[in-house]
Design a protein around this ligand. Sequence first.
Ligand code: ACM
Ligand code: ZN
Length: 762
Amino acid sequence: MKYIFIALLLIFTGIIQAQTPKELPIIPKPVSVKYNTGVCTLTPGITIWYTDPSLKTTADFVSKMLAVPGKGKLRTAFAEKAPSGKGIILALDGSIPQEEGYRLVSANNIVISGKTAKGVFYGVQTLYQLISANKTTAAVAIPRVVIDDYPRFPWRGMHLDVSRHFFDKEFIKKYIDLLALHKMNTFHWHLVDDQGWRIEIKKYPRLTEVGAWRVDHEDLPWNNRPAQKPGEKATYGGFYTQDDIKEIVAYAADRFITIVPEIEMPAHATCAVAAYPYLSCKQQPLTVPSGGFWPITDIYCAGNDSVFLFLQDVLTEVMALFPGKYIHVGGDEATKTNWETCPKCQARMKAENLKDVGELQNYFISRIDKFLTSKGRTLIGWDEILEGGLAENATVMSWRGISGGIHAARMRHDVVMTPASHCYFDYYQSKDKEIEPPAFGGLIDFKTVYSYEPVPAELTPEEAHHILGAQGNMWSEFLTTKSHTEYMALPRLTALSEVVWTPANLKNEASFLSRLNNLYNIYSSLGYNYHIPAPGGLIDTMIFINTASIDLKNPFPFGKILYTLDGSAPNLKSKVYTTPQKIASQTTVKAMLALDNGKTSWVKQGVFVLKTPDAPAEVSAPVNGLHFNYYEGAVNSVNQIASLPLVKSGNTTKIAIPEGFTSDVMAFTFDGWIKVPETGVYTFKLISDDGSQLLINSKIVINHDGPHGPEPREGQVALQKGLHKLQVKYFEAGGGETVQLYIRGENMPEKEVSPEMLFIEK
Ligand code: ACM
Ligand code: ZN
């Protein structure tokens, strides 16, 4: 018996080892790690040797990074041949094939070598994460390993909008540090937008005297801020002097990060027009807007040569400050109505034989493209620059999905992928919009970011070569503080770093989750704020009939769930959740996730409500079908649908926009009965773009009202077997449109509510 037990134990141990291979808690995951036995111990007295003068900055960096509190920085020293003894040795090694590649060997010493200083710097970031995971108060002992590592993509970017909200120089450096920690190499600095010009241009001082300041309406919602009134002072804003910019560019260069400055044109430039009204078609004075109203029609005049002289002057100063190859010129969301009526723009179209304002935008961007190309730089712009033809040397940043990127790559233009579906870090990162700080409408959690594959499957290998990489965009309409901005970046930037660095076949979500704990600890130690998802398993209201089970889910293989059942807010001393728990009466559950470092998620609340199932309806002669009413016009709420003219009524088969209805502003109500196969609790899921509402037996089960993208929302109801009155109200307020209804029950896997389940009276 005993021997069998031991044998089983060995087998089990074997299985466990096979299932959970040793893995270093490093993000992005390195390409290759070989393990040797034993550990490499680092003690406070060690020296950091650098064997090439180009590595001095990186050596200083390591020295600061590994500084022992109270004992100061570690010693750095140059030596062509590093001594054997304890130390960290930084070296160049021409045999490493990849430009940004490195090799890290930990044995008696730690040797980090790279083909270039950049590779060495990335090896140092890996070492930093390794040390963080392995330090105790007494010493650091890291595993003996050989790591060979290099990035998948040459463009590993993060963007920051400093126009909608201004962030000071110190924060920009902290943001750059965050990029460096994740081996990102590109910082896209969105320096100009309607609401603020943020870069000093010596030749045009009013750009920052006037364009950098707006009336302070920070107390009002972004989309509801009045224009500056006569006599009102513009006090919100700020800008970077050219000295600030030089300092930041040098700071980034020390961390091997290239800054891509963005100077928006021909639109998103109200601040410039406010400073110099002659730049617009109408040439009328206006003020810098304090928030967003849309569309903004004042854009640069494409028919006025003085505008191009101005832009060339601005770009000349910009190029003198930013040594990188790429200059971003925006190009997005240009409302061109003024161009349609402006005599100068019309004259330009005639002279240049341009058939519409789309071609005029192409003329505009192409003219700037030629200028930048003549200076040895490359123009990059948002995918709208494809409209009306693509400028000859332009690189495209694909944000409205991936089709712009595919189109450009097929035209043999380089592309950076940054689709709003995966790369917009100003969107919410959880469904709990009530408890999250304010964000843009959509939902992009870090798992969605992690799932992103930057190379579209449609491309041939040759076309795919034009995908330079991907980038996360941080628009700041809703980001009023530094801490909120960090919260929006982390851990989505963490996920993106693996998307752009690690080979696609090595990506694995479970592995990523297990490695995230170390990064969370690093963020805490460096003073960054970050998002922690709340425990899963709770929705606002959970209906039950007899008993229910509280079944909470920790999204991570680390940390713990703390919860209460008495309505009080959980704290670090609350009960730790371990296993599902049965309840038989109404119960309010409040739960949060606590990391090992003590930082906690938001509190998620769910109320379990005991209900008697609704009795079925008596319907004489039911036949399959669903009735709909169609209304035309613009509304912002399902409650306004009744005020619209009823245009058509008819029958359909399921909850969906019936064929043939294509208006961009319309509404529907759907009425009928739904048949459920057994008595029980049913969970409905309504996906709609824009707002919708589900009523069962005339009670609201899901309220998904207000304008929004195609997001899901769930609600529950207890029903007896049989027919129940169903109504869905839905409106479409512009852009994409959809409405779909799903159902699941205790014994029914989730499915779309199908025509066989829906009835009307004959
Ligand atoms: C963008 O989001 N307008 C590029
Ligand atoms: Zn014009």
